[in-house]
Design a protein around this ligand. Structure first.
Ligand SMILES: Cc1ncc(COP(=O)(O)O)c(C=O)c1O
Length: 427
């Protein structure tokens, strides 16, 4: 057990080549990983290769991946069916400016699976999906502003990342997620609202869920003021074969998608009611949907294969593993006297060193942030690779033995956290 050396020094001792690579990167990049959200002090490791449920860094350390590249790699890394389909597609060309068959195949699968989606259009990221969705809302209503939840996240557009800090911006209002105040804000700002954006499950809010009935109220208020109701399923699509909306009976006007529908390749998508989506049809509508790499055959073929291998049986299996991991976290924490709370929706699990209650959303700030950071280090030195913000996702690349190994290593990370001198003074 790690008790005399701090977790960060242990991490640094294990990862000298990653430290050197971080320093080299900073001479030409402002963030070596290119992604602010992936950064954590002192530096993220540099991954040399990823396979199945495992990541291997350039210092030779192996990690079981629990982050799934922020919940996107639902079949793990180097998934054989995707490799084969993408390799065959590469031989036929990677992108052109005309129709391609894999795009229609992926669209057909999504329309068949996701209940509210009658038409769907693809681009390259969830952020681009937001951009397209807001443009459709503006085209449909002739209005400009939108409403989103405090602490919500819809991508790294300037306005939406302000929202993730709980701030209103020049083109949007914010209101508390899952509350009557949110519904009241739709009515209050109605005449200015093009769209209302809500996540099914609040990703950066630690997988918070609204109470039953919230989404019906949002839908009714949107209809009353003539605003478009947009459900962001970029993360939550993985919780059933038709997403969170199928599980909860939500009927949005538009749905934002991304992450798992690309099979590990860059992707975003907006789907929804035909009349709204048709605004992007160049012969009828006024909303330009475009992008040099939108609908490129590589992402489409990877997404198509990946979705085909993801039925409800697979979703139930990875949900069962997540339930086992959640139960084991609680059991271990109770056994060593460390106060830990958890939340789980399907294959998504988050944990807290304070009681978040059912609906608490905290965005970029949380009262247990220091503990979360130290526990993140403890997990890394215990051979696990979660997201830096106390959240994990299971994948179909796992197996019963891998899940047992996760449980053992997670337990070791809680032991290491408890043994860390900095922790003892805080609990
Ligand atoms: C709910 C939600 N919406 C949108 C996005 C943006 O997706 P991307 O990172 O692909 O731009 C994310 C990314 O994490 C997300 O979690």
């Amino acid at each position: 057990m790690l008790n005399s050396i701090s977790l960060e020094s242990t991490y640094i001792a294990r990862t000298p080549q990653s430290a050197a690579f971080e320093a080299r990167g900073l001479a030409s990049l402002p963030i070596t990983s290119s992604r602010g959200i992936s950064f954590h002090p002192p530096y993220p490791v540099t991954v040399a290769r990823a396979e199945g449920p495992f990541l291997h860094d350039i210092d030779g350390n192996r990690y079981i991946d629990l982050g799934s590249n922020f919940f996107s790699m639902i079949h793990g890394y180097a998934f054989r069916p995707v490799i084969e389909a993408v390799t065959a597609q590469l031989e036929r060309g990677s992108v052109w400016s005309a129709n391609n068959a894999p795009q229609v195949d992926l669209a057909e699968q999504i329309v068949a699976r996701v209940p509210s989606v009658e038409r769907v259009l693809f681009n390259n990221s969830g952020t681009e999906a937001f951009n397209l969705a807001i443009n459709i809302c503006r085209g449909a209503t002739g209005r400009y502003k939108f409403l989103m939840a405090e602490g919500g996240y819809h991508g790294s557009m300037y306005d939406t990342s302000l929202g993730s800090k709980g701030l209103a911006g020049p083109s949007h209002f914010v209101a508390p997620y899952g509350t009557d105040a949110f519904v009241a804000a739709i009515r209050a700002h109605g005449p200015e609202l093009a769209g209302v954006f809500v996540e099914g499950i609040m990703g950066s809010g630690g997988f918070a869920e609204a109470e039953a009935g919230f989404f019906d109220k949002v839908k009714a208020a949107c209809a009353a003021v003539g605003a478009v109701f947009v459900l962001d399923e970029v993360i939550s699509l993985r919780v059933s074969d038709g997403g969170y909306q199928k599980l909860m009976g939500i009927d949005p006007d538009l749905t934002m998608m991304g992450k798992i529908i690309g099979g590990g390749f860059p992707i975003g998508g907006v789907g929804g009611k035909r009349a709204l989506m048709d605004l992007t049809n160049p012969t009828r509508g006024t909303v330009l949907a475009s992008g040099t790499f939108s609908g490129n055959p590589l992402s489409m073929v990877a997404g198509g294969v990946s979705m085909r291998h993801l039925g409800q049986a697979e979703i139930d299996r990875i949900g069962g593993w997540a339930a086992r991991i959640e139960a084991a976290i609680k059991h271990k924490a109770a056994a060593i006297g460390l106060p830990v709370w958890t939340r789980r929706v399907g294959s998504l699990v988050s944990w807290f060193f304070f009681d978040p209650g059912p609906g608490c959303v905290f965005g970029a700030t949380r009262p247990d942030l220091e503990m979360v950071k130290r526990h993140h280090m403890a997990m890394l030195v215990s051979g696990l690779f979660p997201t830096p913000r106390a959240a994990l996702a299971t994948s179909t690349a796992m197996s019963d033995p891998v899940v047992e190994e996760i449980i053992a290593r997670f337990g070791a990370s809680l032991d290491a956290l408890l043994a860390d001198p900095a922790t003892e003074t805080r609990i």
